[in-house]
Design a protein around this ligand. Structure first.
Ligand code: HDE
Length: 695
């Protein structure tokens, strides 16, 4: 028998034809078209293959089946070798203050104009299908489609990198990725090979301590900072160069989860960050970042107590303030994950005239790597023609042919110089990109590392000493956790020998937690300096006291008071929070006879997914929930993660009183609605030492 779907019903009609030309080509709208093959032949039956008789065999002749399966077989492309797991969004850049004094780049001189962009966030170590919340650095890549060509700002959420020279990058990545013989651990640095490499490469110490800090566990992609890390150059009309380091500062502030929370989130919702970004944009809560620059001259740089060409060094904001000159708003989700988020190809070398590079040896290596990797990943030098990568300004050159050539140049002349076709593109001395006329010292060729790169401990020391007490405890605990997963004793010992230079107290705490003796300190290659501390490198305290971007979970069950639920929902939403109703089922009959849809069942929505929780339940339901481990964990976890809890009488009597939960300032009855709302804006960190044995 032949089974066909009903093509007369639009709801059942599935079409995959493509639109043509301009924006419709980019955002294919398939509504109301007929299903065809790639060649445009209308398909009569998309459910059954062509057979000799109803029970087969299937005929090789079936070009519809072969084309469909063949395309499917070729759906995957190589994932990115690092930063494979990413989430992205469209948005715009707007300059608020002109940098005309420093650069000719229009994107940095023309204020008030909105320029489209596409931003991709990523984890680094895990593969494409890995979880969103490992302890890891986050990538922060922005492609700005400027009218003078694309500007790709490829940064991370930490202002420094692990290594100083591109030569070491493949080693670093091999060390952190799953170990090659066993293929694990996935998306984790807590294993022997990573720490072996780290302990033998003291230049990694600074980035590693950031990784061990709360910055390694972001609460949301909307709450991470972005840093270009390297010094770039801005070039002005007179050809004068000023060094620039760029920063993205989230309006929602910087927020993190605890380690225990991150581990539990990865089980409850491996797509936690991707979902959060998608839902925020879908709900028109558009995430926004300020764009800032640190500007400094060569002479100023000569006075820094470190070398700014060394990517393992940040420039403290107290030393060179971040000048805010623009903003980025993300306001549209991708239409298609593969076509946009996966195929977007960032290259550090994509800069408009007026922006140039410094001699940072890591940056110089990256200038080669990104183009090379896109050729491998996307398979053709024509990747710039893919809609997400194509500039939105006119572009024309004499490059031709290659896999998947989408353009059809109509000319005899694809070379220069030429005199046959006056309409063909020509170079422009006036408008074209010109590299900074840097005077180079007569150097001696050699595989060398500058002496000025030798200090590996002063900045990690500054970072550690800048943290609050609770953040220092988190850092020590993170080292203890990670090194606790390292089997090779000499690797643990060698790591401790470096920590001593960062901070004796840190080293002792980690050694104690591991049950080890402190070894002799490693030989430092340069004297360790005591730099001034910097509040800008903390995590706690960089969050505005606001509910914006936060998620409140309200637990309800049959018979819960509708008016009470509404009161909490309205109060949280009025302060900018989102609210999700959690219940034993997906439909709940409330006290006034209203049947509401819950957003989640309690088994699928543990409290780690929320920033603060409320419980509004009747005694009979509370008694039932008291026997359910997911409900008990809901409260225990909210408590141990230092969150605000608002409870009703029945919750208190049948659940809280049976759990190790103290009624501190953040555990409040429903009547104290205002206190709960205030508490929900932050966490009660003082609670943490009572519930966890921190190192
Ligand atoms: Fe990357 N990096 N990287 N990296 N990187 C890649 O390019 C590389 C470095 C960063 O969302 C790859 O398209 C080398 C620093 C981000 O698509 C690859 C070196 C910083 C992304 C590559 C570095 C970054 C990448 C892999 C040392 C922060 C994701 C896939 C010399 C400033 C981009 C790809 C996206 C991706 C090479 C160091 C950030 C292989 C050789 C430092 C955010 O080309």
């Amino acid at each position: 028998m032949k089974t066909n779907i009903d093509h007369t019903d639009p709801a059942k009609t599935m079409n995959t034809t493509r639109g043509n030309g301009g924006e419709t080509h980019q955002r294919a709208d398939d509504d109301g078209k007929m299903l065809t093959t790639q060649q445009g032949v209308v398909i009569s039956d998309n459910q059954n293959s062509l057979k000799a008789g109803p029970r087969g065999p299937t005929l090789l002749e079936d070009f519809v089946l072969r084309e469909k399966i063949n395309h499917f077989d070729h759906e995957r492309i190589p994932e990115r070798v690092v930063h494979a797991r990413g989430s992205a969004a469209h948005g715009y850049f707007e300059l608020t203050e002109s940098l005309e004094e420093y650069t000719t780049a229009k994107i940095l001189t023309e204020t008030g104009k909105q320029t489209p962009l596409f931003t991709r966030f990523s984890t680094v170590a895990g593969s494409k299908g890995s979880k969103d919340t490992p302890r890891d650095v986050r990538g922060f890549s922005v492609k700005v489609y400027t009218e003078e060509g694309n500007w790709d700002l490829v940064g991370n959420d930490m202002p420094i990198f692990f290594i100083q020279d591109a030569m070491k990058f493949p080693d670093l990545v091999h060390a952190v990725k799953p170990e090659p013989d066993r293929g694990f651990p996935q998306a984790a640095s807590a294993h022997d090979t990573f720490w072996d490499f780290v302990s033998l490469s003291p230049e990694t110490m600074h980035n590693v301590i950031w990784l061990m800090s709360d910055r390694g566990l972001p609460r949301s992609l909307r709450m991470i900072e972005g840093f270009g890390i390297h010094s770039y150059r801005l070039i002005n009309k007179e050809g004068k160069s000023t060094f620039m380091r760029f920063h993205w500062k989230p309006l929602l502030g910087v927020q993190s989860t605890t380690w225990d929370e991150a581990v539990k989130i990865s089980g409850a919702d491996p797509d936690y960050h991707r979902r959060d970004l998608f839902e925020a944009i879908d709900n028109q809560m558009y995430p926004e970042w300020e764009f800032g620059v640190q500007l400094f001259t060569e002479e100023q740089a000569n006075d820094f107590p470190f070398d700014h060409l060394d990517s393992t060094k940040l420039i403290p904001e107290e030393m060179v303030p971040v000048k805010i000159v623009g903003k980025m708003v993300l306001n549209r989700n991708p239409d298609n994950f593969f076509a946009e988020t996966e195929q977007v190809a960032f290259c550090l070398s994509h800069v408009p005239p007026g922006i140039d590079f410094s001699n940072d040896p890591l940056l110089q290596g990256r200038l080669f790597s990104y183009l090379d990797t896109q050729l491998k990943r996307l398979g053709s030098p024509n990747f710039a023609q893919i809609p997400i990568n194509a500039p939105k300004c006119p572009f024309a050159n004499n490059q031709q042919d290659g896999h998947m050539q989408m353009q059809v140049p109509k000319t005899r002349v694809l070379y220069e110089p030429q005199s046959l076709d006056p309409t063909r593109p020509r170079e422009s001395v006036k408008k074209g990109f010109e590299s900074f006329h840097e005077k180079l010292d007569d150097g001696v060729k050699g595989r060398v590392r500058a002496e000025s790169f030798a200090d590996h401990y002063s900045q990690p020391r500054m970072f550690y000493r800048s943290q609050t007490t609770i953040e220092q405890a988190h850092i020590a605990s993170a080292y203890a956790f990670e090194l606790g997963k390292v089997d090779a004793a000499h690797v643990r010992t060698r790591t401790l020998s470096h920590l001593i230079h960062i901070d004796q107290d840190l080293a002792s705490r980690v050694a104690k937690a591991l049950g080890m003796e402190l070894p002799e300190a490693a030989d430092p290659a340069a004297p360790v300096q005591d730099m001034a501390t910097s509040a800008a490198v903390r995590t706690i305290g960089l969050t505005p006291k606001s509910l914006k971007g936060r998620l409140v979970g309200i637990l309800v069950a049959e018979g819960s008071k509708h008016s009470e639920i509404k009161k909490f929902e309205d109060a949280a939403k009025a302060e900018g929070a989102s609210v999700k109703i959690v219940a034993p089922g997906r439909e709940v009959l409330l006290d006034d006879g209203t049947c509401i849809q819950s957003d989640e069942r309690i088994t699928g929505a543990p409290s780690v997914l929320f920033d603060a929780v409320v419980s509004i339940i009747m005694p009979d339901q509370a008694k039932k929930l008291a026997k359910d481990s997911s409900a008990l964990d809901w409260f225990t976890d909210a408590y141990v993660h230092c969150k605000a809890i608002a409870y009703c009488g029945a919750t208190d009597e049948f659940i809280l009183s049976k759990l190790p939960i103290e009624k501190d300032a953040f555990v409040t009855p429903l009547a104290d609605l205002d206190t709960f709302i205030e508490n929900a804006k932050s966490r009660l960190w003082e609670r943490e030492p009572k519930v966890r044995d921190l190192a």
